[in-house]
Design a protein around this ligand. Structure first.
Ligand code: PHE
Length: 466
């Protein structure tokens, strides 16, 4: 059997499609893999800090609206295109376009998605390395007695050490690509089975702890009172970009996972469950972190270090903090790993299927390129901290380019392809929604609300639409 896909493991006999590609063994496994992709640093690291930077409630509301009106319809469309095209993102767009007689140029959307995922992984691995570095620190008790200042200093010291950052980032890349090279569906499945519930329970414990700080209500108000005067135009774009990022959209991840989905499984139900789990984790992370921010006199808009400064204070104070903290950062690193795996798979499938090279070669090639690029992110926190373009460091620039520009553009292209280049019957059949009214709702949302929503946010940001 072929080694051409993530699900074609050495020990895991995949079901043959006849096309030398593997398939998930069940809808449940697909759900786990898609949730593993969606839930990651985006929920626990990024959501709190960008919420803090953008003033709280109004940002959260816009983000939730983007998930509902843009993210969920697009998630279904991507999985559908992947399953219908049965190939890497570029190949899938090309195949579906061919089936319906649309222009072959639609395939560039797939190429853009592959590139987006690749670029994201280069900085994602570095941040995942922070979690990996913090797990042993928590377990050996380095967080005992930390306050806001000393915790900030600890984090700053890590960022200042390029060797440490590069070392942990490299370790994340090695783990990710090692797993991907083996094509271990079973390993992924086993890890996800305990990781997801484990992460959820730990977050609940942290929220429980947060209620004892005396600042829980303040955090609830911060997160859910929508004061639109605090939300900038840029903030709206950040909320839209994050809806893509957190659901792993416009980066090839969901499409390539969809390409391994057996025919006949419900895309709609699974997508809704994935989006629900993803949103729940993000909101729980917010509820766990902001009480700590306020209780320790920290700045909500402190930036990318927010959780790495606040959580250690809590772990240093709570009973069994070493165990809870150690477990938490291990779970976070694992959650990041399952997302990183999904970020790497589109590039690898693309290299294998487009250039006909072996899977191992594709892994090594992309690994080398990713590693080199990741060093740019590493250095942007120390040696290159002052090197900026448009006022952004290498890391900030890469994050902005991928999440706020490439993802919305790729997403817009994908909804236009699905809603306007494909016919209603093709889509209804490919999606497998029997329920006519439900389908009509989704179809109209996808054709009108989603593209118009993305366009408005874009034009708004460019200052063309007040
Ligand atoms: N959704 C992941 C997270 O929130 C990140 C990701 C983005 C994964 C794009 C795959 C593709 O952490």
């Amino acid at each position: 059997m072929s080694q051409n896909s993530i699900v074609a493991g050495a020990s895991a006999g995949p079901i043959s499609t006849g096309a030398a590609r593997g398939l998930w063994s069940s809808r449940w496994v697909f759900f786990l893999a898609a949730t593993g992709s969606a839930v990651g640093l985006g929920n626990i690291w990024k959501f709190p800090y960008i919420t803090g930077e953008n003033g709280g409630g109004a940002f959260v509301l816009v983000y939730l609206a983007c998930i509902l009106a843009i993210g969920i319809p697009l998630l279904m469309a991507e999985v559908m295109i992947g399953r219908r095209g049965r190939a890497n993102p570029e190949g899938a767009f090309a195949a579906v376009a061919r089936q319906v007689g649309a222009s072959r140029h639609w395939r560039w959307l797939g190429t853009l998605a592959v590139l987006t995922g690749f670029l994201i992984l280069s900085f994602y691995a570095v941040v995942a390395g922070w979690a990996l570095a913090y797990a042993p620190a928590a377990a050996v008790g380095s967080f005992a007695g930390l306050d806001g200042e000393s915790s900030g200093a600890l984090f700053g010291a890590m960022l200042g050490d390029p060797w440490k950052l590069a070392g942990y980032g490299t370790l994340v890349l090695l783990l990710t690509l090692g797993i991907v090279a083996l094509g271990v569906r079973e390993g992924l499945e086993r890890a996800l089975r305990f990781m997801m519930p484990g992460l959820f329970v730990l977050l609940l414990i942290l929220v429980g702890y947060a209620t004892t700080t005396g600042h829980f209500l303040e955090a609830v108000h911060f997160l859910f009172d929508a004061d639109f005067s605090k939300l900038s135009t840029q903030g709206v774009l950040v909320a839209l970009g994050h809806a893509f990022f957190t659901l792993s959209l416009a980066s090839g991840a969901m499409m390539v996972y969809g390409s391994y989905l057996p025919a006949g499984t419900s895309i709609v139900k699974t997508s809704l469950m994935v989006a629900l789990a993803d949103t729940a984790v993000a909101l729980l992370a917010g509820l766990a972190i902001f009480p700590l921010v306020f209780a320790n006199g920290l700045e909500p808009g402190a930036g990318p270090g927010l959780i790495f400064v606040t959580l250690p204070i809590a772990f240093g104070q709570m009973p069994f903090g070493q165990v809870v903290g150690g477990l938490f950062f291990i779970m976070l690193a694992l959650a990041a790993l399952t997302s990183a795996i999904s970020l790497s798979e589109p590039t690898i499938a693309w290299l294998v299927e487009k250039f006909g090279i072996g899977r191992l070669k594709a892994v090594l090639l992309s690994g080398l390129a990713l590693w080199l690029l990741s060093l740019g992110t590493v250095l942007s926190f120390n040696a290159w901290a002052e090197v900026t373009l448009f006022g952004k460091t290498f890391f900030d620039g890469l994050d902005y380019l991928t999440t706020n520009l490439m993802m919305p553009l790729g997403g817009l292209g994908t909804v236009l392809f699905t809603g306007w280049a494909l016919s209603r019957t093709t889509v209804q059949e490919a999606l497998g929604i029997g329920h006519a009214q439900l389908f009509t709702l989704w179809w109209q949302l996808l054709r009108w609300v989603t593209p118009v929503g993305i366009l408005i946010v874009f034009l708004h940001t460019l200052g063309l639409f007040a």
